[in-house]
Design a protein around this ligand. Structure first.
Ligand code: ADP
Length: 290
């Protein structure tokens, strides 16, 4: 099972080039598509989910041509969008039942079994009679996973799933997602590096519609070995460090800036070498591309 994206491009009518000649192979398992806001992630996700057209390029899921065989693709697709929009005031179980019917699960007994099993799986069975409109963000996302799993999809697309979740909800969501994708392709689009670090065996970084990196998270971090240095500094000295060093990230810890710089030689000046993390990879890729 493989998703092959070749030379995919999309320019919106206002002239924004949201996808710029993207080529990417995505194997089975959890795949993280990482990029800052505006990078083109939703455009790519919506194109893969057959919700919008590309200008050029091709996308194949094994032998299904996604851009032309939309109907075939939809039979094997599960999609969890960023926002569902307005939920009707119907119970979770009735809504999921209705979605199962739309997905073509026409046998009533079979449908009931599938719906109950999915609600159990995402830990919402005890809330099945409550309206989804009254669910918390985390519960909605878990409901979203349940509906995305209807009909045994081979490709599941989740667009920015953890934005707005509190840490507990995010953890529950991570656990649920990680149980799903071994034999199917799960693409997780996110601007949160931690999502990818926790869940994904393969990843890509995109920015301004361009592919900056694709591979495993560990190869990406290994490439920065012995090159990332850290120092806690005073706020007032930040401009000096910006002038003299290649700062790739600044974080406040206990109110003080902690900077990470990229350097091929020991910068001295009180810096210490640290193990590169995925944030370093992400910010360095994005800085280089700007
Ligand atoms: P991301 O999901 O990574 O935040 P998007 O795919 O939503 O990125 O957007 C990529 C770029 O395309 C952004 O510059 C955005 O403003 C622009 N864009 C997205 N949708 C449209 C649209 N329908 N019309 C015009 N520009 C759009």
């Amino acid at each position: 099972m493989e998703l092959q994206i070749k030379n995919l491009s999309k320019t919106y009518p206002n002239g924004v080039k949201a996808l710029d000649n993207i080529s990417l192979n995505i194997p089975a398992g959890m795949f993280g598509l990482l990029g800052p806001n505006g990078a083109g992630k939703s455009t790519l996700m919506r194109t893969l989910a057959t919700l919008q057209e590309a200008d050029s390029g091709s996308v194949m899921l094994d032998d299904i041509d996604i851009l032309t065989q939309k109907h075939e693709l939809r039979k094997v697709l599960g999609y969890l969008p960023q926002e569902f929009g307005v939920y009707p005031k119907v119970s979770a179980i009735d809504l999921l039942n209705h979605m199962a019917l739309l997905k073509g699960i026409s046998n009533k007994k079979e449908r009931k079994e599938i719906v109950n099993a999915l609600l159990e799986r995402v830990n919402l069975f005890q809330h099945r009679k409550k309206a989804v409109s009254g669910f918390s963000g985390g519960m909605r996302q878990r409901f979203g996973i349940a509906q995305a799993l209807l009909g045994n999809p081979k490709l599941i697309i989740v667009d920015e799933p953890t934005a707005g979740l509190d840490p507990g909800e995010r953890n529950r969501f991570y656990n649920l997602l990680s149980e799903i994708g071994a034999n199917i392709i799960v693409i997780l689009s996110t601007h949160i590096v931690e999502d990818v670090r926790e869940l994904c065996s393969n990843m890509a970084v995109i920015n301004s519609g361009k592919l900056l990196y694709s591979g495993t998270p560990s190869v990406a971090t290994d490439a920065l070995q012995n090159r990332i240095f850290e120092k806690v500094i005073e706020k007032k000295d930040l401009p000096h460090y910006h002038n003299d060093f290649n700062i790739i990230s600044t974080k406040l810890i206990g109110g003080k800036p902690v900077i990470h710089i990229y350097s091929e030689t020991d910068p001295a000046e009180g810096f210490r070498m640290v193990s590169p993390n995925l944030e370093d990879v992400f910010f360095k890729q994005i800085l280089e591309a700007d």
